[in-house]
Structure formats: structure tokens, C-alpha cells
Design a protein around this ligand. Structure first.
Ligand SMILES: O=C(O)CCC(=O)C(=O)O
Length: 258
């Protein structure tokens, strides 16, 4: 259960950073399951330094499904996103890239009024210079959200052209994390990552407020078509919290991808 202060912190700054949200025992289970799913998807072969990403880590694993349904994820989303919300997919990422340049996952003037939340669980210790999520607090709101638009043009070798500094030098809040720490953030928040290494792992769980307007549907189609066509395992689930997240999806597109 979040406090009123935490709710207003999230609204104002666009994120909540929960330290040691999962215990060491829970984290070793999470890591074990993560590694098992990704190894299986590699056909049992060892990791050879190639980037790997799966978008069904939750739907294909009862362990991760239960994590999404747990009070520490589901109830917190319910509190941050009053009213109904829908499942918008997940990612299990084994990364090799060294930078993820500044961006907002849902970016632009038309996006800031439609609440979507991403939960990030990093499985390895990460620091500012070594692979942590860097964010710009408050950038999910106007006018800062659109003021930062020039960052999109940033390239590694031309970065000093935006605000006269490189992406790595941009003023930010580094979410330096140990395994067990969890970030809940508004998808419109500007964020980036620098100093990544081969084998860095994280899980992302994504949620969206129930779409109620044509603009919401158009935004989901553009940014997360998956949310409108969820995996069959979730469409056919008889688990109440999963069902509830399916009910907010416009029925016509309940296709049930395998
Ligand atoms: O690689 C990272 O840790 C950053 C991830 C990110 O920016 C994203 O998932 O949108």
C-alpha cells in the first residue's frame, strides 16, 4: 500500500524508486526464472554476447504471472492508476548495448494525458556510469516533456548539439540500483542508460489506463499494439486480476496471439 506522499511523489516526479522491494530470496527466484526462460528461448545454448529480448516472459511463466498479480505489483498499479487498467505487455531483456539514448517511451504533446506505467526490475547491480536507468524527474509533464524534444535528435557522435552537452552529461537522476530495487515510472518520463555491458538483465512490466477515447486507442496502436491484442494465455486466463486487465481492452481486438 502506498502512502499519500508516495502517490503525490509519483504524480509530481513521474516515478517511484522502491529500494529492496524484493528480498534476496525473492530476487534469486526471479533471476533463476528469468535465466531459465531466456535460456529456453535460446534453445538451451549458452549466452554468447548476443542481445536477447522476450515479450512473453510473463504470459509463458506461471511464476512471473503470479508476480504481476501480486499485491506488490498489481495493487500498486491499481493505486497509481485509479480506475480500470489494462495489461500492456512485458519484456525480459538480456542486453549488450552500451547506451540507450534519451527518450520517453510515449513521447509528445498528445501522450502526456494518457497514463501508462512501466515497472523496471534490474537483476544486476547498476550505477550511473555502469548501466543504471537515468531519468529526468518531472519530465512526464508539460512543458518540460516537450522542452526535451531536441534530445531525440541526439546521436553518439553529434550529441553536443543538444543543449551543448553529450547525453551522458545531461542533468539527471541516476537510479543506481541493487538487485531487489524496483522502479515504477510514467511512460512519458524521459530516460536513458549509459555504460551498459554485455549480459545486463532487466524485466519490464507494462500497464495502461483503460482506453476511453479514440486518441487512447490510436496511441496504443502506435506505441503498444500488443496491448490491443494480448497473448492467448492471458485472454483465456481464469485468474481474476488477469481477467480484470483483459476486460478493459476493446473487445473487438481481443484476438489472442499465441
Ligand atoms: O537499457 C535500459 O536500462 C533502459 C531501458 C529503456 O530505456 C527502455 O526500456 O525504454
Amino acid at each position: 500500500m502506498l502512502t499519500a506522499e508516495q502517490e503525490s511523489y509519483f504524480e509530481t516526479f513521474g516515478f517511484l524508486f522502491m529500494r529492496q522491494y524484493f528480498s534476496p530470496d525473492e530476487m534469486s527466484e526471479i533471476m533463476h526464472e528469468f535465466d531459465a526462460v531466456l535460456t529456453e528461448e535460446r534453445g538451451g545454448k549458452p549466452f554468447t554476447g548476443e542481445e536477447q529480448s522476450t515479450t512473453t516472459i510473463v504470459e509463458h511463466s506461471s511464476f512471473f504471472t503470479q508476480l504481476v498479480e501480486s499485491d506488490r505489483v498489481y495493487k500498486v498499479i491499481e493505486q497509481l492508476m485509479p480506475g480500470e487498467f489494462i495489461w500492456s505487455g512485458s519484456e525480459g531483456n538480456l542486453t549488450t548495448h552500451s547506451e540507450h539514448r534519451w527518450h520517453a517511451d510515449r513521447q509528445g504533446l498528445a501522450e502526456v494525458d494518457y497514463l501508462r506505467i512501466k515497472v523496471m526490475i534490474y537483476l544486476d547491480p547498476v550505477t550511473k556510469e555502469r548501466g543504471c536507468l537515468r531519468i529526468i524527474p518531472g519530465s512526464h509533464r508539460l512543458p518540460l516533456h516537450t522542452d526535451l524534444q531536441p534530445l531525440i535528435a541526439q546521436k553518439p557522435d553529434s550529441s553536443p548539439t543538444t543543449f551543448g552537452i553529450s547525453g551522458a552529461e545531461l542533468p539527471c537522476f541516476p537510479l543506481e540500483a541493487q538487485p531487489g530495487d524496483v522502479v515504477f515510472f510514467n511512460h512519458c518520463l524521459w530516460h536513458g542508460m549509459f555504460g551498459g555491458w554485455a549480459g545486463r538483465r532487466y524485466i519490464a512490466l507494462k500497464f495502461a489506463a483503460k482506453p476511453t477515447t479514440e486518441a487512447h486507442i490510436a496511441s496504443l496502436r502506435r506505441w503498444s499494439p500488443y496491448a490491443l491484442k494480448p497473448n492467448a494465455a492471458f485472454v483465456n486466463s481464469n485468474r481474476p486480476r488477469i481477467q480484470s486487465m483483459m476486460e478493459g481492452i476493446p473487445e473487438v481486438e481481443l484476438g489472442g496471439e499465441a
